[in-house]
Design a protein around this ligand. Structure first.
Ligand SMILES: *Cc1c(COP(=O)(O)O)cnc(C)c1O
Length: 457
């Protein structure tokens, strides 16, 4: 007799931590229906106060070294965050002409913009130079173009972007011999170019590797200073982790999750984002500053050398600052295929597409469970996957059979938590001629919830 291990026919629950403002949005009987009536399709809610609180936490830690917090704009396209940056003395990390223009338009001073990205266009270099922005130079040929464009009206401020020695497959940055050549080259342009220091951006979320590379660059700053350069800043990029779910839920999910619990037995070969971390956001930056090497914490070593540590967080500044609302358009039941040792399950189709939940476009899935609205007390656990309203079989917001508390029906909303960082708009397009989901800024500081549409770019 063949024994088939019993697999729970639906995916383990992975409840999100809903911040207070999002709970208020869900608790309001009228807010979501009203905005839905105005939009007619999927929409996103933004909460700039949460962004401001995240920013304040980063600024408090970074200020101990005299560093600047630059919001990595690519993580979300809304202007609301940039307005907060302008109000709170924060900077912006821009990597294209429109991103730089948008930061300036929202009131962020050019001197507080860092321009990153490889092989920047001449237009971007010139605009950065004129605005007094800091430019992270990625290669020797880019340096030549920057030097040619910086015609002396104002000195061009630069960082040298470092090719991370322990991520040799990174295509970004300059290796040691290139940085040495770049140093010699700018020595010939004193007054036209100011080397303010070095920068890097690592993939992954490891604290130690960021602290170690920053520590190694202290000596390089001192060596550049010995040649007469300013070199008093190290920017360690982004990659500060976000806590989407609690530790025990994440551990249980990882041990119990099986392909059978997905529509079409979908597998995710690229794995999942680490949805739980012990030290999220600004606390990760504190850990980096506390990292010990050569008998001292990084913070002390920076202070001794007179070096500021700047950061470019994207996702972590947007933690808990946005949710995405998808109206349910239909629901059907699918019996399990005979070879599937699992029960039947529902397929919900929502207005909107998976283009508004980007993780699907990286061969992965956004795992924190969506909430079904109106919320309900009674329980009729209904395993449900979620598809978009397009003609593609692959347009799934959620392949997992999520244990919804009841069957969803037309007129309900499925609400995805914590989507502001990269999920909501990195990949949006008007596929099927559908309008791009609008964003509403919400405010719960008064007696009644207030909302207004975020201006269209
Ligand atoms: C994308 C990017 C960031 C932001 O990364 P997060 O993981 O969102 O914090 C910062 N700096 C550079 C150079 C980047 O390309």
């Amino acid at each position: 007799m063949v024994l088939i291990a019993a697999v729970q026919p639906f995916a383990p629950a992975l409840p999100a931590a809903w911040p207070g403002w999002a709970q208020q949005a869900l608790a309001s009987p009228s807010l979501l229906p009203e905005i839905s009536h105005a939009t007619g399709g999927a929409f996103h809610l933004l909460h700039p106060q949460t962004f401001a609180a995240n920013l304040g936490a980063f600024q408090a830690v970074s200020a101990r070294t005299g560093g600047t917090v630059y919001f990595a704009k690519k993580a979300n396209k809304a202007a609301a965050w940039l307005t907060v940056c302008a109000e709170r003395g924060a900077g912006v990390d821009a990597a294209s002409v429109p991103e730089l223009r948008e930061a300036l338009r929202c009131g962020v001073p050019g001197q507080r913009v860092v321009v990153t990205g490889p092989a920047k266009s001449d237009e971007l270099l010139l605009l950065a130079c004129r605005a007094g922005a800091l430019v992270a130079i990625d290669s020797l040929d880019e340096l030549e173009r920057a030097v040619a464009l910086a015609d002396g009206e104002a000195a061009l401020r630069v960082l040298f972007r470092v090719h991370p020695p322990r991520q040799p497959n990174s295509r970004f940055g300059m290796a040691v011999p290139e940085r040495q050549a770049a140093l010699v080259r700018i020595g010939q342009f004193r007054g036209r170019i100011v080397l303010e220091g070095f920068s890097f951006h690592l993939s992954g979320y490891d604290i130690a590797s960021r602290a170690e590379l920053a520590g190694e660059l202290i000596a390089e700053c001192l060596a550049a200073r010995a040649r007469g350069h300013r070199a008093d800043t190290i920017s360690i990029g982004g990659g500060f982790p976000v806590r989407y779910v609690e530790a025990e839920d994440w551990a249980r999910f990882q041990s119990e999750f099986r392909p059978e619990q997905c529509h079409a037995r979908k597998t995710f070969s690229d794995g999942f984002y680490p949805y739980h971390c012990d030290e999220p956001g600004a606390r990760a930056l504190e850990k980096i500053l506390a990292h010990q090497a050569d008998g001292a914490a990084l913070e002390q070593r920076l202070a001794a050398a007179g070096i500021a540590l700047s950061v470019e967080p994207g996702r972590a500044l947007l933690a808990d600052a946005g949710i995405s609302v998808f109206p349910v358009q239909g629901f059907k039941w699918r019996e399990a295929a005979p070879n599937e040792h699992a029960g039947g399950y529902g397929i919900a189709t929502v207005a909107g597409t998976s283009l508004s939940l980007s993780e699907q476009w990286f061969g992965s899935e956004f795992l924190p469970d969506p909430a079904l609205w109106p919320t309900t007390q009674h329980r009729q656990i209904t395993p449900t996957c979620v598809g978009g309203a397009s003609c593609l079989d692959s347009d799934m917001l959620t392949w997992r059979k999520v244990p919804l508390p009841r069957p969803p029906k037309r007129g309900d909303f499925l609400i995805y938590p914590n989507t502001a960082g990269y999920q909501m708009d990195s990949n949006e397009s008007s596929f099927h001629d559908l309008p791009i989901p609008p964003k509403a800024v919400v405010d719960f500081s008064g007696a009644e919830p207030r909302w207004s549409f975020e201006e269209k770019p």
